[in-house]
Design a protein around this ligand. Structure first.
Ligand code: SF4
Length: 224
């Protein structure tokens, strides 16, 4: 029988999920307490879905919604510094129509890209527990089943990389920035996450970052 799973059905499951008690408490608490600079805003404070084109050839997997970024705006990589880095890189390499990502209504259109995360609720200190990683990876499994045209996967950070490898039974692959592996018809590229912690310390610089997207673009161009 044909599967009835669609992006909308997965997204519906995600936004209504309350499996991880600790994360539910945290995301609601952050949405209630807020921070001063966003004190006038109504936080999303729910799980955050993937975004972009489900027929895309480029898939980007991040860690989780940022407490005052996606947990506030309701859209991944929106309203925080990581989002600024990601959207500028996508714009500069032709994968989006604008170089910024400030709100869910900013007119952003992703081109040939789907962005998702391995955890859908903001975790305290960006550190999900193993049980939470396991719980939430079921949604990534479902998305991967729908993402049939993906040729390049960029994993942002170790947790995204490990989660993707576990789901796809890829063993003994080492995480380091700019590692590039071939898995059947897909290229897997590992990158440091563009978190403030990495960019402010120059662990991840702009040239290191943009190279990831230049490479993804080149691989896709050579494939088509
Ligand atoms: S992290 Fe994922 S599995 Fe856990 S409550 Fe949020 S959406 Fe559900």
């Amino acid at each position: 029988m044909k599967s009835l799973v669609t992006v909308d059905s997965i997204n519906g499951e995600i936004v209504n999920c309350s499996l991880c008690e600790r994360l539910v408490t945290y995301r609601l608490q952050v949405g209630k307490e807020k921070v001063r600079r966003y004190s006038n805003e109504i936080y999303w404070a729910k799980p955050v879905t993937g975004l972009g084109d489900i027929n895309a050839e480029l898939l980007i997997i991040g860690l989780a919604p940022a407490a005052h970024g996606a947990n506030r705006t309701g859209r991944l990589f929106t309203g925080d510094q990581s989002g600024q880095w990601l959207m500028r890189a996508l714009f500069e390499t032709g994968f989006s129509n604008i170089p910024t990502s400030t709100s869910a209504k900013d007119g952003l259109i992703l081109k040939n890209v789907f962005i998702t995360s391995c955890i859908r609720c903001a975790p305290p200190s960006n550190k999900p527990l193993n049980t939470e990683k396991l719980n939430c990876s079921n949604y990534l499994v479902k998305e991967l089943e729908l993402l049939q045209n993906v040729k390049v996967v960029i994993c942002l950070g170790l947790i995204a990389f490990q989660t993707y490898c576990r789901i796809n039974n890829l063993k003994k692959l080492e995480f380091c920035h700019h590692a590039n592996y071939k898995d059947n018809d897909k290229h897997l590229i590992a990158s440091y996450h563009p978190s403030r912690q990495n960019t402010n310390t120059k662990r991840l610089t702009w040239p290191m970052w943009i190279k990831i997207f230049d490479d993804a673009k080149t691989i896709l161009s050579n494939n088509n």
